[in-house]
Design a protein around this ligand. Structure first.
Ligand SMILES: Cc1ncc(COP(=O)(O)O)c(C=O)c1O
Length: 384
């Protein structure tokens, strides 16, 4: 055991020396905006609960009702006894929202991509990924065992070059991108990607973890601009704007049937707890029924980008790039002294030299507090 402890201690020391050590902080989320940490009340600008639905009375009541009726846990894999009726209903609702034939709900967004990708492609195939795609897409690609080629962020020309040079040599080809990029908040050119993929008989997967509920009228990045992009694999999570937990894929019926039969992270993992499914269903009611609510996070983000002299936000996520990891930690600490919680994002989550404050906006953030945050950041010399 000694060598194991020594290994861990050495690694920790090296991470700390580079300002890359991460630690968990006990945090009590009070109402979705305010949190308690270290005995202090702070206003959070780093939560992905974009519509504050994790704290909505109807969403919490639905979770409680699901526990009462179906229990606290699913009890087994969905293919054994863990498939509560709530999950079938949730899949039906997700498919309708996303304009797809069918859907499959997973235990989390991370599990979804770790399961979907290896079910569809293998070592004789090709995977093309945007360089800024989320970690779980990389995990899925690794598990698939297919060669992976990386295209420059949102660069359709580069993707076309790679397809031209390499597509022919492989039986199947998957292109994967975030719909809304999690650390930059910008949008993928989903319509153009869909057209390019179709031209090369490649399958486009969009990870819309940060798109559902907040862009495309709440239907996600495939619906931006009011016309649906032909994305055959719309993946996402229920853990952000939907305010609950769990992941999903919306796709054609045979694709979903295959995923349900063969995806290892679905077959060999316990079904989503009933409370999460119940909460997600109630949240979908709110997302579908309240266009003004859905629009608010991006409007709040735009107020902030205007105040900071940054390009107008496309999503509720606005990066304030600092560069150095230690400087980003210091900036976050100074904001905390001003009463704000904005976590510093450092490598390997983002590229070295691009450490940042990732500021996220929710429907309920008061405008006066957004103004106060912008002022505090400008006082630190950040923004234009
Ligand atoms: C783009 C993206 N995809 C997938 C995930 C994973 O989703 P989940 O938290 O449901 O595992 C996240 C973040 O958590 C994400 O930001």
């Amino acid at each position: 055991m000694k060598s194991l402890d020594e290994f861990a201690t050495g690694k920790l020391r090296s991470l700390a020396a580079r300002s890359l050590l991460r630690t968990l902080q006990p945090t009590e989320r009070l109402d979705g905006l305010w949190i308690l940490r270290g005995g202090r009340r702070l206003l959070s600008f780093c939560c992905n609960d974009y519509l504050n639905l994790s704290q909505h009375p109807a969403v919490k009541a639905a979770a409680q009702a699901a526990v009462e009726r179906y229990g606290a846990g699913a009890g087994a894999s969905r293919l054994v006894t863990g498939n509560t009726p709530l999950l079938d209903e949730l899949e039906r609702r997700l498919a309708v929202l996303k304009g797809a034939e069918a859907a499959c709900v997973f235990g989390s967004g991370y599990l979804a991509n770790a399961g979907i990708i290896p079910t569809l492609v293998g070592e004789n195939d090709l995977i093309l990924v945007d360089e800024l795609v989320h970690s779980c897409v990389w995990t899925g690609a690794k598990l698939a065992g297919a060669p992976v080629a990386v295209f420059r962020h949102n660069d359709l020309g580069h993707l076309a070059e790679l397809l031209q040079a390499r597509r022919r040599k492989h039986e199947r080809c998957l292109i994967a991108t975030d719909g809304v990029f999690s650390m930059d908040g910008d949008l993928a050119p989903v319509h153009d990607l869909a057209a390019l993929a179709a031209d090369h008989d490649a399958w486009l997967l969009t990870d819309d973890a940060h798109g559902i509920g907040v862009v495309g009228g709440g239907r996600g990045s495939s619906f931006i601009g009011g016309r649906k992009a032909d994305v055959p694999l719309q993946m996402g999570t229920l853990s952000k704007a939907v305010g609950s937990y769990g992941g999903y894929l919306c796709a054609a019926a045979p694709v979903i049937d295959l995923i349900k039969s063969r995806s290892r992270t679905l077959v060999y993992s316990t079904g989503l707890p009933p409370a999460s499914a119940g909460a997600a269903l109630a949240a979908l009611d709110l997302i579908e029924g309240d266009a003004a609510l859905v629009a608010r996070p991006v409007l709040k983000a735009r107020l902030f980008t205007g105040l900071m002299g940054l390009p107008p936000a496309d999503s509720p996520i606005v990066p304030v790039i600092i560069g150095d990891a230690a400087a980003a930690l210091d900036a976050a600490k100074r904001l905390e002294a001003d009463g704000f919680l904005v976590t510093a994002i450092r490598p390997p989550t983002v590229a070295p030299g691009t450490s940042r404050l990732r500021v996220t906006f929710t429907a309920n953030h008061p405008e006066a507090e957004i103004e106060r945050l912008a002022k505090a950041l400008r006082a630190q010399g950040l923004g234009r």
